[in-house]
Ligand binder design. Structure first.
Ligand SMILES: Nc1ncnc2c1ncn2[C@@H]1O[C@H](COP(=O)(O)OP(=O)(O)OP(=O)(O)O)[C@@H](O)[C@H]1O
Length: 216
């Protein structure tokens, strides 16, 4: 259950020309490991996650999820792959205000309460399952967000700046949680972060500048 990007180039229209957001990017994330990606604003981090999530088709290169190359897949097959094999954690938790923590997880394709409670336990919220978002702290909401992304037992977990709304201590706890769950759930995790102090928790660190990836 690994993630491999090979020779990924992505350009966007830019006036009369094209802007190269990703330039021949190669990245291999083995099962059960977390790769942190660090880079300045505009360097291509969000583009990298969007391509890895198969939400954006690159101009060139191959994304392989769980051993399956995605380049030849139809839109329907890609939607199915995303739903079943890819978990995404955005910066802001985007929880539905009316639902309890357990119900946020059960909204996922698997309407499985036992699994939801297991995952809430894994993120340290076993006793908060009946609470709605406004009854949770910012850190607790992000934990629900992470648990929700794991509901379908994804092969790949893509995490975009998960600590941007949290103080340092809560941010560090969230990063530890992500790397622990990555090992336990055997996902291949890509973690985009601005905070260099988080990098010690990752198994590998790469930097991105102007769309080019380098080992840190
Ligand atoms: N939809 C788009 N159309 C045109 N250009 C885009 C588009 N999305 C991103 N870009 C450009 O591609 C480059 C990479 O952007 P990207 O959002 O991937 O960087 P980032 O590292 O995630 O930045 P940030 O940390 O600010 O979110 C930037 O120059 C950006 O302006």
């Amino acid at each position: 259950m690994s993630l491999t990007l090979e020779g990924i180039t992505l350009t966007y229209p830019d006036g009369d020309g094209r802007l190269t957001a990703l330039d021949q990017v190669d990245l291999h994330v083995p099962v059960g490991t977390t790769t942190a990606v660090i880079g300045p604003s505009g360097s291509g981090k969000s583009s990298l996650l969007a391509v890895a999530a198969t939400l954006v088709t690159p101009d060139d290169g191959t994304v392989t999820v769980d051993g399956t190359p995605t380049g030849e897949m139809t839109r329907g097959e890609l939607t199915d792959l995303r739903r079943r094999r890819i978990g995404i954690v955005f910066q802001q938790p985007n929880l539905l205000p009316a639902l309890t923590a357990a119900e946020q997880l059960q909204v996922m394709a698997t309407r499985n309460r036992r699994k939801a409670l297991e995952l809430l336990d894994a993120v340290g919220l076993a006793d908060q399952a009946g609470r709605r978002p406004h009854q949770l702290s910012g850190g607790q909401r992000q934990r629900v967000n992470i648990a929700r992304a794991l509901m379908n037992e994804p092969a790949v977990l893509l995490v975009d700046e998960p600590t941007s709304a949290l103080d340092h201590e809560r941010g560090a706890a969230i990063i530890d949680l992500i790397t622990t769950l990555t090992r336990a759930q055997r996902t291949a995790t890509v973690l985009v972060t601005h905070d260099r102090s988080h990098l010690t928790a990752a198994d590998a660190v790469v930097t991105i500048h102007d769309g080019r990836l380098r080992p840190a």
